[in-house]
Every structure is written in structure tokens, then in C-alpha cells.
Design a protein around this ligand. Sequence first.
Ligand code: ADP
Ligand code: MG
Length: 356
Amino acid sequence: MSPAGPGAAAGRGGRQPGEVVLSVRGLSTQYVTPEGIFRAVRDVSFEVRRLERVGIVGESGSGKSALSLSILGLIDPPGQVTAGQVCLNGRDIRALRERDLQAVRGKEISVVFQDPMTGLDPIKPIGDQITEAIRAHQDVSRSRARQLAIGLLRDVEVPAAARRIDDYPHQYSGGMRQRVMIAIALANQPDVLIADEPTTALDVTTQAQVLDLLERLAAERGTAVILITHNLGIVAEFCDTVQVMYAGRVVERGTARQLFSHSVHPYTEALLKAVPRTGSAGEPLFAIGGLPPSLARLGAGCSFEPRCPVGHGQQVCVSQPPEPARFGGPGGEVIAECHFARQRHAAAAGPGGAGQ
Ligand code: ADP
Ligand code: MG
């Protein structure tokens, strides 16, 4: 049994996630602009275990990237992290000076962004960029680092790696550049990799290849992955655990199994309905009515209330923020922030109760 208990991030293919490697507590981040203070991350807490694959989903603007940048200590003005802890291997990295944080970033925790060109220097050969990443954290000679870099390029299945290592980024395709970013991110065998929409810019076939690769290489290195995406199909394929973000908060969290079969939060249900299905060509896609709220003008109640088919106009939803409600079940734990969570969970579990 995993330390998290039965079913909790039990992993697929027999992987057994172990101890907590990343613990985020009460993290809050805001952007201060002339138009107002945008509360992009609001008191978010969660844990990630070794080898766990956590998906973070939510509409554009829900704070997914702000959350990942906050974890990495990469929020730039006008943004600021206003509260919280980010404990990596038991140490609060928010308390570190920038120099010490740089020693952690790329070694214990690393990131792959959506656009590989933001992470690659266009005027430097690929090989130099990989060897720099290696030598920033490992005491190896230039020639040894080059050997390691060629090995990494082979790992990410760049053809003719020994020759193409001296190419420049523009000589690689988008998919190949993203493989290079994965090679760099995994070069020092980090405990946690944050991949922020890593395949969104790629075509569907390349997307699947890159994700397969990421899955295999992260598992080989013992790396936990936080995968940010707006594609629930990808989450279903790849993730053990899912966190649904709405207006800066994680409104539902659970095992992928549990969430896809018995989502509790009306927003998660709406997202699931909005997934395009095969065979639905020509049918109109379900769209979630209305728009997410402005993060500069959040009301006192549940931020999904104006769009919520369940709670819209309900006094409690308008006036009070929902507390997190926790449920066990055969597929693992679910935590949902909804005033109607209990009724919804009982209804989803069907006759025979909540599956406790
Ligand atoms: P997501 O990644 O989920 O699409 P983001 O984390 O990028 O969303 O953004 C969350 C919110 O943070 C945005 O809706 C916006 O209000 C605010 N925000 C993000 N970046 C900036 C910025 N550079 N300046 C001002 N506000 C920002
Ligand atoms: Mg984003």
C-alpha cells in the first residue's frame, strides 16, 4: 500500500509513488496593475509524491501558469507572491535567496514551457545549451558534458544526435525543440518537473509522442511531473491525480479515476462535458456558458456561482466562499469546494452510499 493509502495516486503500471517531494501550502500570488489587483493564485495547497503525475486543468486565465511560476520562484513584477510555502524535499524554497534558488532550479525542480523558443537561446548551438545546463549543477568536464548531452539527445529520440548536437534551434522542428527542452529539464534528474502546456503548440501526433517520451523518461529518473494543460484527454492518459483550477483556486482535486467517473464540482462536470468526443464531428460542442470572473473583482461567495447550473442565485453560493469537502471512495480521495458537494457526491455515488 502506498503511504497515501489505498487508491491514492496508486499510479499505473505498478508505479508506487512514495514520499512527498513537493508540498505547497497557502500559496497566493497577485498582479498589481493600474486596472486593479489580479488575484491569480488564491491560497492554494497541495502535495506531490515521488513519481506522481499531477494534472492541472482549467480555462485560460485561471492561474495555472501563475501557480507554476510561483512554485518555481519565477514570478516577475507586476506579479508578487504574497503568502505561502513551497517545500521541496522538506525545505521551504521560498525562503531561499535567488542564488541558492538557482542551485535548486534545474536540479531538484525544473520546467518545460509551452513555447520551446522562450527556453532556448536562438544564437547558441543546441549542444552548448544542454552542456551548460549539465555543468551548472554537475562537476564534469566540458568533453564529459558533451558526451552526456549526446546521450540525452538520444534519450529524447533526436535522430543523428551526435551530428545534430551542433545545430541551432531554428534547424530543429517544433517537436524536436520541445524534446530538447525536455532533455534540458531532465538533465540533472530533478525530483519534480513542471510542464506548462508542453505540447499545446504541437500537432496531435507529435503531442502524443512527446508525452509518451516525457512519461517514460520521468519514470526512469524518478521524477514527479506536474502537467498543466487545458486538454482533459491528455490528463486522462497521463495523470494519476487531477487538480481543477478556477479563478485562482483549486476547486476540485482527486485521483484521475475518481474525477473522471464521479466529479463532484459543477465546474469539473462542465469541463468534462466540454471535451470534444470522437464521433461528434458536426455536433455542436458543449461550451460552458458565461465567462470566468475578473480576478480583480471577485465577490464574497463561490467564484463559479454566476455560471453554475447548480448554485446560481443560491444565497449561500452568492454570499459565502465554499469550504473544501473531502470524500473517500474506491477510486481514491476527492476534495471539492462547493456548497452542494455532499449532495452531489452522494448522488454521483448512487444508491449504496458514497462508496466509503
Ligand atoms: P492560465 O495559465 O491558467 O491561462 P495565468 O496564470 O497565465 O492563467 O493567469 C492568471 C491570471 O493572472 C490572469 O487572468 C491575469 O489576471 C493575471 N496575470 C497573469 N500574468 C499577468 C501579467 N503579466 N500582468 C498582469 N496580470 C497577469
Ligand atoms: Mg498558462
